[in-house]
Write a protein that binds this ligand. Sequence first.
Ligand SMILES: [Zn+2]
Length: 210
Amino acid sequence: MAEQHDEHTHEHHEPAVPAKVIGEEPDLTKGTARPITVVGNPVLHRECKVVTEFDADLAALIDDMFVSMYAAEGVGLAANQIGVDAKVFVYDCPDDQNVRHIGHIINPVLEELPAGRRRTLDDGNEGCLSVPTAYAELPRPDFAVVTGQDKDGNSIRVEGTGFFARCLQHETDHLNGYLYIDRLSKRARKDALRQMAEGTPRYATVPNEA
Ligand SMILES: [Zn+2]
């Protein structure tokens, strides 16, 4: 997912000093930045494969994903965004309490919202590294829980509020073959694609086959 975007000034938010950090900063010397796939590439439009091997290749993929996400100034990245058909995403994203969350999750499943919890929609802006330079308003629940595994195969559960809740939903969608623009009205989707056509990404992308 692209970093937070101010709909009024059209400027990126200055990253605030986090109140707290949950998770560990990755060792960026281990990975290599790879170009980002964009809307239209088939790998983004089908469900990714479930990961069954928790091995060194998986750890290396996660290293590359972190480096690729930071190179593109994103706050979340799914494996199919670097062309890999596997259910993995990484994140480094603030929540609504200004807590910085860093981590990865394998085979994520979005939990149904707990009964009794009021479904509060956050109608913030959303952007995606695979729809470069475009943003659109998209209401999403402001609380999300994702369960899955870590790179060693241990069960994990990741909970998020605010912008981080949006990120968890956005990245899980990617691995199920959906982009955020698939959740927009026909008109808003068209507008996002127009923004993309008019902009130039600040990072390397994979050209789509004609
Ligand atoms: Zn995205």
